[in-house]
Design a protein around this ligand. Sequence first.
Ligand SMILES: Cc1cc2nc3c(=O)[nH]c(=O)nc-3n(C[C@H](O)[C@H](O)[C@H](O)COP(=O)(O)OP(=O)(O)OC[C@H]3O[C@@H](n4cnc5c(N)ncnc54)[C@H](O)[C@@H]3O)c2cc1C
Length: 309
Amino acid sequence: MIQNLPPVRGTLTAERPLADLTWMRVGGLAEMLFQPADAEDLAAFLAALDPSVPVFPMGVGSNLIVRDGGIPGVVVRLGRGFNSITIDGGMVTAGAAALDGHVARRAADAGLDLTFLRTIPGSIGGAVRMNAGCYGSYVADVLTSVRVVLRDGTLHDLPAADLHLGYRHSSLPEGAIILAATFAPPAGDPATLAARMDDQLAKRDATQPTKDRTAGSTFRNPAGFSSTGRADDTHELKAWAVIDAAGLRGATLGGAVMNVKHPNFLTNAGGASAADLEDLGELVRKKVYDSQGITLEWEIMRVGLRHAD
Ligand SMILES: Cc1cc2nc3c(=O)[nH]c(=O)nc-3n(C[C@H](O)[C@H](O)[C@H](O)COP(=O)(O)OP(=O)(O)OC[C@H]3O[C@@H](n4cnc5c(N)ncnc54)[C@H](O)[C@@H]3O)c2cc1C
């Protein structure tokens, strides 16, 4: 158990269930959940926390399977003190807890094009960490800098280049937490941007199970990605297509199912455990490899322990 926690102005909750904080609605307890009041509260807490205690930052849990045994150490979830959005001289700065969709809408109203963020259901911290993107645009295209707090409690402003953003990848130091991100988006006509976002929302709803308990795409598209993180259409294989070719659309294990509408969306169809979901994902990887020689890599982050101690 964690001993001698530093005093905080935010909220510390021991043994907090995490399932309701994730889209999949599965998983065990955080040994300690910390919701800091602001950046200074978080920095002071980290500086005073025993360095051997692991720290895991979570966003709104739209790319996560928290395992059934929970997450040891401190889970940090940023809230109200971290969701401001400011627009200045063509630049957008958003707190890590701001939702991607809100940021896209505020930017569009100001004639700035972050429309690709509109349909991604995460927070800005998660978007930067995952180099989130869709419809041909990625965080890497527009990010200029991030404010982070490192595990030792020191605050830093880093240029985007330091994150080495790639396909669904960034290289943040272990335990580092993104506090805010600054983007330099291209300009656009607000009405055109609004119409594009409406169009993308409709396209999403038509092709993906947006109302189900999923964490988005389960596996990365298998091959053909350049170092910039951009799809190379001439070589790209779609994960959903190889899952389909293996006959696994609709495959189930316990309460987990490979979604019939889009088979790369692993879904909690009701009553799934994290183990059901992860085991079905591993079964799909094995069957796809055995039948097609293709290795699927997880895009969903799986965190925590399989069983509570
Ligand atoms: C229906 C659906 C559709 C989706 N479509 C897309 C899509 O089109 N494109 C796409 O890229 N993704 C998509 N996703 C996946 C997901 O929304 C993104 O990966 C999103 O960026 C995750 O943000 P989050 O706040 O939910 O992060 P979480 O899921 O909570 O965390 C994801 C990772 O980010 C880290 N993280 C979160 N916040 C911070 C922080 N402040 N500092 C440091 N690390 C942090 C976590 O430690 C974890 O490693 C989709 C998900 C769903 C459910």
